[in-house]
Design a protein around this ligand. Sequence first.
Ligand code: MLT
Length: 322
Amino acid sequence: MRRAIWAAVAFSLISSTALAENYPSHPITIIVPFAAGGPSDAMARILAERMKTTLGEAILIENVTGAGGSIGVGRAVRSAPDGYTISFGHLGTHVANGAIYKLGYDLVADLEPVVLLPSNPMIIVSKNAVPAKSLKELLAWLKSRPAPPTAGTAGAGSGSHIAGLYFESVAGIKLQYVPYRGTAPAMNDLVAGQIDLIVDQTSNSISQVRAGTIRAYAVTDGKRVESAPDIPTTDEAGLPGFHMTLWSGLWLPKGTPKEIVTKINAAAVEALNDGAVKKQFENLGLQMPPKDQLSPQALGDWQKAEIAKWWPMIKSANVKVD
Ligand code: MLT
C-alpha cells in the first residue's frame, strides 16, 4: 500500500513536470464570462493576440455567459488544472459574485491567480433622449421620475451592476436594473433608447460617446481619462468621492502546476509591456496595472483585499438572485 502511494505521488510529480515542460502543446482557451463585443471580450482578445506569440500556440476566446459571469468562471474552475483553460474575470466575477450567489465554488480556494490586468474607470452614460446635459441635471431628472429609471447591467454581480449599486448609494436614487449577458447587448439597447442609462466601463462606451449616439456625464475616477479629456470626473461634475475603477485579471484552476502559472504570467506581462498593445488599451481609456503588481501573488493579495472592501457594501444592498 505504501509503495502504491509513493508510486502515485511520484507519477503525479513526473506528469506535472512533464506537463509543464511541454506546455503548451496544443491550443489554449480563455473563458470570457460575458458576451462577445463587450469590454471584457475586447481586452481578452487584444491580450490573446499578443500572448500567442510568446506561448507559440493559438489562444481561443470562448464566451460562456450568464448569472453575472459566474457560469463562465464555474466552467473554468471545473476544467482540468493543465493550463489549457484560463479564466478571464474582474472585480465583479472574482469578488462581487461571492457575496451574491451560491457559487458552488470558492473564488480564492478554487482558483490560481495569474496576473492583474488593466483597469477601467466607470462612466455614467444615458440614452440621448434624456433631457440632461450635466450630471447635476441627470440626477435631478433621475429623482423626478415617477418610477425608477432603467439601468442596463451584465447581470447581478457584474461590474455595471456593482457600479449601479454604488451610484444609487452615493446619489440617493433608485434604479430598475435590466440584466443582459454583457454590456455589449446592453449598449445596443441604450443606443436604441430602450433603457435609460448604464454605469459602464469606459472602454465599452467610449466609441459610442465619440459617435454621439449616447451621452456621457462623468467618469468615476479622480482624474480624467486621457483619451476622453472632455468628460469631467465625478468630483468635478458634482458627485465627489464616487470613485470606482474595474480591474480585471486572469486565473487558472487550483492545482495547475506552478511552472505553467509562471509561463502564462510571463506571456501576459510581455503582452502588457508591448507598445502596440499598450496603445490599444490606452485608446480604450484603460489604465495599465502598476509594474510591481504583475506577479500571481500580487493578484491573489489584491483579490483578497477587494473581497474585504466590497463584500460589506454588496451584502448590505441585499441583492436578490434566482
Ligand atoms: C462585459 O464584458 O460585458 C462586462 O465586463 C460586464 C460587466 O461586468 O459590466
